[in-house]
Ligand binder design. Structure first.
Ligand SMILES: NC(=O)c1ccc[n+]([C@@H]2O[C@H](COP(=O)([O-])OP(=O)(O)OC[C@H]3O[C@@H](n4cnc5c(N)ncnc54)[C@H](O)[C@@H]3O)[C@@H](O)[C@H]2O)c1
Length: 405
């Protein structure tokens, strides 16, 4: 008998492309589908429900197909519990461990569906059988004997659906090239930030040193003062050059007022780092009256948290930079799990890191002057991500002006 499984899928199956994605996957893997029933939602908000029989040439192939279509929300009509196995060593997941997506996931334990806490892709899932709970866990944090999900039985995933709000859909669905008018785009990003704040959800801003080099740190500081930034992510450079501009009036030795290199200016950022190191931290430098202006000063002054993650090319670094990557990931992860919006401003390194930790439904706006970087950052397979090719300095000034109005 041809191996088969009956699956059920529910949601905005047609306009979010879920039905076609499932059918394509089945055909691509040499399977067959038979539609047992298909109830189409009658309004924009109504969900559709489909029952499909999935057939495959072998049990292994059926397994493969079910794994792929699971990510589009397909669940066996008669689901079994998730398979579990203990972690064999600290930092090692069991063979065939289930690797997470950036979509909301449930696992079935003891006949009950349990939500996996912490939506993030490329992690394992550990189960606490005593409390009947499940959480996503980075590989490095798994401890010997932790009970982990293996295989892909007993799993339910909420598929990506396009936003129901027409305005949001049109905006998030249109990649913004350098040739499109920017005022409208800035107004849309401002609307997004206002809505996120109104909904009580945090905004993460990921910023690179180009924000400072282009003279836009003061505009980002305005956003902080207006309460639109809940946490700043970056590396050594954004903080170093901001502090350099505050202490010396230059960024990488270039005068912030003249736009020309200053004599001996190439040393300014090193002297700035040394000054902060002698104070103990950026916060201490503010408290000691050494750092009195700039973006980092504004963050400290307003009590806005920041996470500075180290990288191989850092000078110094500043004492606040977290040089252990696992520790830096964990510090960022906490914010990623609750944020409503993320603005990625001209840093490929830190934006990619952040993007990999965000759930798919976090509204994400990537701004970079290089179209290839924008395409890479915006390519999260998510309806909620938009890429904008523009100069970050001009963008931030307009955004702060719009939000101030
Ligand atoms: N002195 C230092 O310690 C120092 C100096 C530089 C960088 N770093 C560190 O190196 C790492 C990577 O640095 P990064 O994030 O700058 O590099 P990155 O290459 O990851 O990203 C820089 C991005 O900025 C974009 N960009 C440049 N000018 C722009 C503009 N005007 N408008 C919009 N986008 C623009 C580029 O296209 C590029 O994609 C970070 O951790 C940083 O802290 C340290």
């Amino acid at each position: 008998m041809t191996p088969y499984e009956d699956i059920r899928v529910e949601g905005h199956l047609i306009d979010s492309g879920i039905m076609s994605a499932i059918m394509d996957a089945v055909v691509e893997l040499e399977g067959e589908f038979e539609t047992l029933s298909f109830e189409v939602g009658r309004t924009n908000d109504d969900a559709s429900v489909a029952l499909l029989r999935i057939k495959a040439p072998s049990d292994e192939r059926l397994d493969e197909i079910l794994h792929i279509i699971q990510e589009h929300g397909a669940v066996p009509v008669d689901p079994s519990d998730a398979d579990l196995a203990p972690a064999p060593a600290d930092g090692v997941l069991p063979d065939r461990f289930y690797s997470t997506t950036n979509l909301q996931t449930w696992i079935r334990i003891g006949g009950k569906w349990v939500a996996v806490q912490g939506v993030e892709m490329d992690l394992g899932v550990c189960v606490d059988l005593a409390t009947g709970t499940a959480r996503s866990v980075p590989m490095a944090e798994v401890r010997t004997g932790d009970i982990c999900v293996v295989g892909h039985k007993g799993l339910r995933i909420k598929p990506q659906e396009r936003p129901r709000d027409r305005q949001a859909f049109e905006f998030m669905n249109s990649a913004v090239s350098s040739e499109k008018p920017k005022a409208q785009v800035v107004a849309e990003v401002a609307r997004l930030l206002r809505e996120s704040r109104k909904a009580g959800k945090g905004t993460i801003v990921v910023a690179g040193p180009a924000v400072v080099h282009t003279g836009a740190a003061s505009h980002l500081a305005r956003l902080v003062r207006l309460g639109y930034v809940d946490v700043l992510f970056g590396g050594n450079a954004v903080a170093v050059h901001d502090i350099e501009s505050s202490l010396y009036g230059t960024s990488l030795g270039v005068s912030m007022t003249e736009g020309t290199p200053t004599l001996g200016g190439h040393e300014h950022h090193l002297r700035a780092i040394n000054t902060i190191r002698s104070c103990g931290s950026i916060t201490a430098a503010v408290e000691q009256g050494v750092l009195t202006s700039g973006l980092m000063h504004t963050l400290v002054d307003t009590g806005t948290p920041f996470v500075l993650a180290g990288s191989i090319r850092d000078d110094g670094p500043l004492p606040d930079v977290i040089t252990d990557v696992i520790e830096a990931q964990n510090a960022m992860r906490t914010y990623c799990r609750t944020a409503g919006t993320c603005l990625m401003l001209s840093t490929m390194l830190h934006s990619i890191a952040t993007g990999n930790m965000l759930p798919a439904d976090t509204a994400t706006v990537c701004i970079d002057i290089n179209p290839a970087v924008v395409t890479k950052l915006a390519d999260r397979g998510s309806w909620q991500t938009i890429g904008i090719v523009t100069d970050v300095g001009l963008f931030l000034e307009q955004l702060a002006n719009d939000l101030e109005r």
